[in-house]
Each structure stands twice: as C-alpha cells, then as structure tokens.
Design a protein around this ligand. Sequence first.
Ligand SMILES: [Zn+2]
Length: 138
Amino acid sequence: MELQRPLPTPMTPEAKPYWDGLKDEKLMLPKCGDCNKAFFYPRIACPHCHSRNVGWVQASGKGVLYSFEIAYRSLNPAYKIEPPYVLAMIELEEGPRIMSNLINIEATPDAVKIGAKVEVVYEKQNDDVTIPLFQPAS
Ligand SMILES: [Zn+2]
C-alpha cells in the first residue's frame, strides 16, 4: 500500500507511550502529577508548571472542533490525500488541543463547524505508526 502522508518516526522516549497507545487504539495523553493538567504534545516537563512528574492517562477520544482550514491543494508532494480535506485543531475533553484531519465529512465551510463534537478514529499507517484522525461524533 502506498503511503498517503509523510509519517513520523516514533523514537523519542518521552513520546513512546503516545505511539504505543495508538497502536492499541488508545489515545494517551501526558498528564502532570503535580498540577494535574493533561497536555499535548508529549514532553519531559509539564508546560504549565515545569514539573517533571509526568504520567499518562487515556483520553476519551472525544472533543470539539476548535479551528480548521480546508485545504484545496496539497503543497507537499508527499501528502497524497485527495483535496479538499480538512486540517483540524481539536480541543480534547481533557483540555489539550491536537492537530489532525477531520474526516467522514464534506470538506466545505457549510458542513464543517467550529464547536462541533468530534471523536477519534484510528488509522493504521504501518506496523509502527497508527495516527489519530477525527470525525463528527456519532
Ligand atoms: Zn504541571
């Protein structure tokens, strides 16, 4: 199968639980053990209070569309998804925002609405990488 998009190389230890979780169809978020806030992207210190007491929680996979852009052409030749498609900033129930694609929706300004409820879907890319995409909540 030809890859439809450039893939990350999940190597950094601070992000390993995130990528391992996705392979099991779980959206894992780093969460600070001191200020109790979840955050994204994964990193070694909490961006809210700088604590290094970072653990992991499984996110519900639910959130709302915080912002979006409809791409009518792809500027990166490695990105082979047929436009138009929706680049989406999702605000998860747990608080953090995550950049993704909104799928299973018509990519038009009439169909895509900020604040709409969305849910995660998992798309396996290869044996190492599964990515989280989002669709309108059922
Ligand atoms: Zn913190």
